[in-house]
Design a protein around this ligand. Structure first.
Ligand code: 3H9
Length: 695
């Protein structure tokens, strides 16, 4: 059945698209729109184009990308709208995104629901608008707004769309009724093709501004600059030439690895939220408790409050609670200041927050998340106290970064309700949530955690239990290689720069200084010294022992001026490095930046493949989701597993083997999965384990 149906209301033709879940502009939709226009009765005075379900068109159908195009293309469907002998009114609810906005711009008028938004998010997929967005939008709304929308990808509100001429009217109540009334007031004489409008005025300063902005804030990405080029061309080219130029730039982006990487992440992020096996209904989680009102507890509580839950914050002292409460209040008040939240909304949210020092007050909780000091004995105590007061079905979660979730669950009655919820700091901002399934965690509890993640607008990925779970276990290999290269002759500055040039937001040494070097130091004290490469951290340990703990003490790998986070070179650090190198009798060598990147990336990839082979991660794409959302891995490289596929698994294996030969195979034994996939020609980022299916 066609997703497109029509109905006549007097002489107004209402074209309705019903293509769940989000009305992507798939082939059947495009074909249906063209057919509907062709079949319009001869006396049609105007038409309304509307979508059923939760949103107007969400854009081109991304799953069709990379396949041979099928006529009518989106541009042809838009042309059919522009050339229809009657005006067409787009009735926009939900979001009109990408091709969805482009189709609306091909209509003669746009009526929007007051809550609707419109945007050109193609850059988030490594693309630029490819169906006229960069040419029609500036003709309607001017260059400056078109440059911003096409290069930044952020949607704008209906109010802003009205103010800038994108929308012609906002529906007072019923959108369809308003659009219909609007269409009834128009006749064939009101036809006005956007393409026939004059060129927008050139805005050189806006072009320069957005180019500089893209170079700085979207470092390494090609799509924002291409989008700016396309919009800039709209000022000088006639519409046909402008559309042709846009098409060329669009196709260049589409064939680039950056877009393949970002499209991979788009689907990976949606897949990571899905559990394998039969669908399980989640538990309703409405009343939450958070133990610990430090930085993590505060961020977790804020995330839960934003998701609409009521939250009880527990800490040992009134003073600690008051400090935590104040920090949560500040988070939401900042949202009010920035115009993201109303005063009333802020009061409603804070009205759902309570504080207590008594475990007995948590008895009615649906879920409790502990965020206390990272010490297994303390965690055991917290869980023992909790188990005494909460119901048997209450979900018990630990926000540990490294500790054994199974060991914590073991001492609790009904261990199937215990799991890890590993938030990243600051928890109310970072998008990643690693959901750690213990050996006994039930499918229902896991499904509940995934749904909670979605409510908190996080990207959730499931990890099995191991030291550091997916993200930190892999990070330890990356950090190890960085530490070893430091001993072998590279400077922190060179290593940091090589990795930021690769696209990481920060290098490992700047990051270490920022996080505090004492954290890793304390963690290492608890580890079996045989379980990690101690040499890699000799410099780190020496710095901590000299009270050079990073930014907080004014020095670490770098030196910092008071009140300034800029890492400065420091001769005192150079002395430390020289001393450690000479104690180790290391003969120094020169590194080039590609050596540095390769060693760190191969470390990540090999460990990621081992994690996948062990079933700790279910899917290669889940690992990419973890790295892109929790560790700042450049999205345009798709995550470590996708990056491995980009360079080729044979080349990855050759690199790992070369490292094993040079540095010994203690840390460089190739993962068996890598060997198998390189042999079979399969992709690491598409690999899914069979062993992870939930019973
Ligand atoms: C474009 O338009 C290029 C043009 O300029 C030129 C072309 C020539 N296609 O996100 P959700 C699926 S580029 C195919 O969980 P929400 C999604 O995979 C496009 N599938 O829902 C998921 O599937 P599943 C520009 C799509 O309510 C399901 O729909 N547009 C598409 O949280 C539900 O998605 C964009 O970049 C699509 N376009 O959020 C917008 N969109 O259930 C991309 C979604 O199997 N989409 N799916 O996992 C979004 O940002 C969000 O999906 C949206 C809804 C905000 C619409």
């Amino acid at each position: 059945m066609s997703p497109v149906s029509t109905q006549l209301t007097g002489t107004v033709l209402v074209i309705t698209i019903d293509h769940p879940p989000v009305n992507a502009l798939s082939h059947a939709v495009r074909a249906g729109i063209v057919r509907a226009l062709e079949a319009a009765p001869a006396n049609t005075s105007a038409a309304v184009l509307q979508c059923a379900g939760r949103t107007f068109f969400s854009g081109a159908d991304i799953s069709e990308f990379g396949k041979p195009p099928q006529a009518p293309t989106l541009s042809e469907a838009i042309e059919a709208l522009e050339n229809a002998p009657f005006p067409v009114v787009a009735a926009i609810h939900g979001q009109a995104l990408g091709g969805g906005l482009e189709i609306a711009l091909g209509c003669d008028f746009r009526v929007m629901d007051a809550k609707a938004r419109v945007g050109l998010p193609e850059v988030t997929l490594g693309l630029i608008p490819g169906a006229g967005g960069t040419q029609r939008l500036p003709r309607i709304a001017g260059m400056a707004l078109a440059l911003e929308m096409a290069s930044q990808g952020k949607p704008i509100s209906a109010a802003k769309a009205l103010e800038t001429g994108i929308a012609d009217a906002i529906a007072e109540s019923d959108l369809v009724a308003s659009a219909l009334a609007f269409a009834k007031s128009k006749s064939r004489n009101d036809k006005r093709s956007t393409g026939a409008r004059p060129n927008p005025e050139t805005d050189a300063s806006a072009v320069d501004y957005w180019r500089a902005h893209a170079a700085k804030r979207q470092r390494g990405q090609k799509a924002p600059l291409a989008a700016i080029d396309a919009v800039e061309a709209s000022a000088t080219l006639d519409i046909a030439s402008g559309l042709k130029r846009e098409r060329e730039l669009f196709l260049e982006r589409m064939s680039d690895t950056q877009s393949a990487a970002m499209r991979h992440l788009f689907f990976a992020e949606r897949k990571s939220a899905k559990l394998p096996g039969p669908r399980t209904d989640p538990l309703p989680l409405e009343r939450a408790a958070v133990i610990g009102s430090g930085t993590m507890g505060v961020g977790i509580a804020a995330s839960l409050l934003s998701a609409g839950l009521s939250v009880k914050l527990l800490d040992m002292s009134d003073q600690a609670l008051q400090a935590g409460y104040n920090r949560i209040k500040t988070i939401f008040q900042n949202d009010v200041t920035k115009g993201r939240l109303s005063e009333a909304g802020c009061s409603e949210i804070l009205g759902r927050l309570a504080a207590t020092t008594q475990y007995s007050d948590l008895s009615d909780s649906d879920i409790v998340i502990e965020a206390v000091f990272e010490d297994i004995e303390i965690k055991h105590k917290v869980f023992a106290q909790l188990a005494n007061v909460v119901g048997e079905q209450t979900v018990l979660a630990t926000n540990t970064s490294y500790l054994d979730v199974d060991a914590i669950a073991e001492r609790v009655a009904n261990p199937e309700r215990v799991l890890g919820l590993h938030f990243f700091s600051p928890a109310h901002i970072m998008r990643l949530l690693e959901v750690v399934r213990g050996k006994k965690t039930s499918a229902m509890v896991l499904a509940s955690a995934m749904q909670l993640g979605k409510r908190m607008r996080k990207v959730a990925a499931v990890s099995g239990v191991c030291h550091g779970f997916i993200g930190n276990r892999m990070l330890s290999c990356y950090g190890r290689e960085a530490g070893l290269m430091l001993l072998e002759g590279a400077s922190p500055r060179q290593i940091d720069k090589a990795l930021t040039d690769f696209g990481m937001p920060m290098g490992p040494f700047t990051m270490g200084d920022m996080a505090g070097l004492d954290i890793g130091y304390m963690n290492r004290q608890k580890l079996d010294p045989e379980s990690f490469e101690q040499r890699a951290f000799l410099v780190h340990d020496r710095l901590v022992e000299m009270d050079r703990k990073g930014q907080k003490t004014g020095s670490g790998f770098y030196r910092y001026e008071k009140g300034d986070r800029t890492p400065l070179d420091d001769e005192a650090f150079d002395d430390v490095l020289r001393a450690v190198r000479s104690e180790q009798g290391i003969s120094l060598r020169e590194f080039d930046d590609s050596d540095i990147v390769d060693r760190c990336m191969l470390g990540l990839i090999n460990e990621g493949a081992k994690i996948l082979d062990e079933g700790i991660a279910w899917r290669g794409s889940d690992i990419d989701v973890v790295y892109a959302n929790g560790y700042g891995f450049p999205r345009y490289r798709g995550g470590p597993m996708f990056y491995a596929d980009t360079i080729g698994l044979d080349a990855v294996l050759a690199g790992i083997r070369a490292n094993a030969e040079r540095f010994g195979d203690r840390w460089w034994t190739p993962s068996n999965l890598l060997l198998r996939l390189a042999e079979s020609g399969e992709r690491l980022s598409a690999y899914e384990t069979q062993s992870g299916a939930l019973s």
